[in-house]
Write a protein that binds this ligand. Structure first.
Ligand SMILES: Cc1ncc(COP(=O)(O)O)c(C=O)c1O
Length: 456
């Protein structure tokens, strides 16, 4: 076996009869002891990063030991198998109804929603419902329904580009700028027309963590309706913010309190505080999800609607979400999210006070903020270099370009999640100060910029 194709095994396993070398890309011909296989896998992932120091991802990296126990107990449950696991199905139902209530649906018990594998699937479902309703309305009045478009900020998460690509919808991006840091309703009339299936508003823009003002966007669409008769619905992509705003900004109207909001998605695995693999989507009222997109399965003695892209997937994440809802309650969610926000705002204040940086926002929407190098501070190093230096200490703090029309601007972002406490934040600030001092001391410019990319 060549060295490239072999996995070298820890010498501890080089005893007679045990595998000392393994095929990397072909299934081994022979079996091995489970202990050996376990150790090989265990050792290999030792080289992965430390998830708690990953400040790039929004996705949950910490749950308590009871959750971990539930995870192990429920890992055999298949969410789609509702006949076999009616209680898991009932719990799924309870969870989205709780969300419908939290998001002020007019009749939470009689609307419709579902769990998904993440916000991406949830956004696809929200988008599909918009498209199908638009098509039905168009065909119902004998008008063509072959050129649907969707209007959104240039700072949308990639899922909306995927939605448009996969389902043949024209994406119409409203660029962000220094004056309009998010989609805010200005100039919307220039983007929408009779083929617009909906507008996406993001609660917690991935690039910066800022909320888009859903109410102002809705008001702009109200004006457009008054002027043109076009009645254009909103989907709120609350991947992060839909589990923050109800607790930290309860007075902010962004949800079903606004009649134009047809559907909302969130990621259970982001600020829903569950491990990866869970999203949710809820409609304002059941009639907004066209019947012909829904498949019926009968269980629990009734007819249960299901609407999902995936068939089999783990059911445990739903149990974990229910666990968190019960365990934390509204008070607990408020406390956890507030703690994250305090850390984010503390970090933002400290970073904003450093000579090298200028804040883009301060973590007061979701506990996420971004900053840039102060213009004129240095031409010796960039935020990509800072990102590299921090990675050497184990921190992942991504730097990346902003979307159109700010693509010339590089920012760096921190996502504060449950599990990043004030102590860790203090250590991070020390490492940022050290890294900046190191970069400032370097003679001459560094090699070409490295792109570290950013996580969603
Ligand atoms: C605004 C927004 N929408 C959608 C997504 C996709 O979510 P998921 O990773 O749960 O599929 C993200 C992920 O960061 C996001 O920030």
């Amino acid at each position: 076996m060549s060295l490239e194709s072999a996995v070298a095994v820890n010498p501890m396993f080089a005893r007679p009869g045990e595998a000392a070398e393994l095929e990397r890309y072909r299934m081994p011909a022979e079996s091995m002891l489970p202990e050996t296989a376990y150790q090989i896998v265990h050792d290999e992932v030792m080289l992965d990063g430390n998830s708690r120091l990953n400040l790039a991802t929004f996705v949950g990296t910490w749950m308590d030991e009871h959750a971990t126990r539930l995870y192990a107990e429920g890992c055999d449950k298949n969410m789609i198998d509702k006949d076999e696991y009616p209680q898991t199905a009932a719990i799924e139902d309870r969870c989205w109804k709780m969300l419908a209530h939290l998001w002020h649906a007019p009749d939470p018990l009689h609307t419709i929603g579902t769990s998904t594998v993440g916000s991406s699937e949830a956004c696809m479902l929200g988008g599909l419902a918009l498209k199908r309703r638009w098509q039905q309305a168009r065909r119902g009045t004998g008008r063509p329904a072959d050129k649907p478009n969707l209007v959104m900020s240039s700072a949308v998460q990639v899922v909306w580009e995927k939605f448009c690509n996969y389902w043949d919808v024209e994406p119409r991006f409203v660029p962000i700028s220094e004056d309009h840091k998010t989609l805010d309703g200005h100039d919307l009339a220039a983007y929408v027309d009779e083929n617009t299936i909906g507008v996406v508003a993001i609660l917690g823009v991935t690039y910066t963590g800022m909320y888009e003002p859903v109410k102002a966007i809705a008001a702009s669409l109200d004006q457009i309706q008054a002027d043109t008769g076009l009645d254009i619905p909103l989907h709120v992509d609350g991947a992060s913010g839909a589990m923050i705003a109800p607790f930290l900004q309860p007075g902010l109207e962004w949800d079903f309190r606004i009649p134009r909001v047809h559907s909302i998605n969130t990621s259970g695995h982001k600020y829903g505080l569950v491990y990866p693999g869970l999203g949710w989507v809820v409609w304002r009222t059941a009639d907004l999800l066209p019947e012909d997109l829904i498949f019926k399965v009968s269980y629990l003695g009734g007819d249960m609607p299901t609407f999902a892209l995936n068939f089999s997937r783990p059911g445990t994440q739903v149990l974990l979400q229910y666990y968190q809802f019960l365990r934390l309650g509204r008070d607990g969610y408020r406390a956890v999210q507030r703690a994250s926000q305090e850390v984010a705002q503390h970090l933002a204040r400290q970073i904003g006070a450093m000579d090298a940086f200028e804040l883009w926002n301060d973590g007061s929407d979701i506990p996420v903020f971004a900053w840039r190098l102060k213009p004129g501070y240095t031409d010796k190093w960039t935020l990509y270099d800072l990102s590299e230096r921090l990675r050497a200490k184990g921190w992942q703090v991504p730097a990346y370009p902003m979307p159109d029309d700010l693509a010339d601007m590089t920012v760096q972002r921190i996502v504060v999640r449950n599990g990043l406490g004030m102590d860790l934040a203090g250590a991070l600030l020390d490492d940022i100060r050290d890294a900046v001092a190191y970069l400032d001391r370097l003679e001459g410019p560094l090699p070409a910029e490295r792109q570290s990319g950013f996580h969603h």
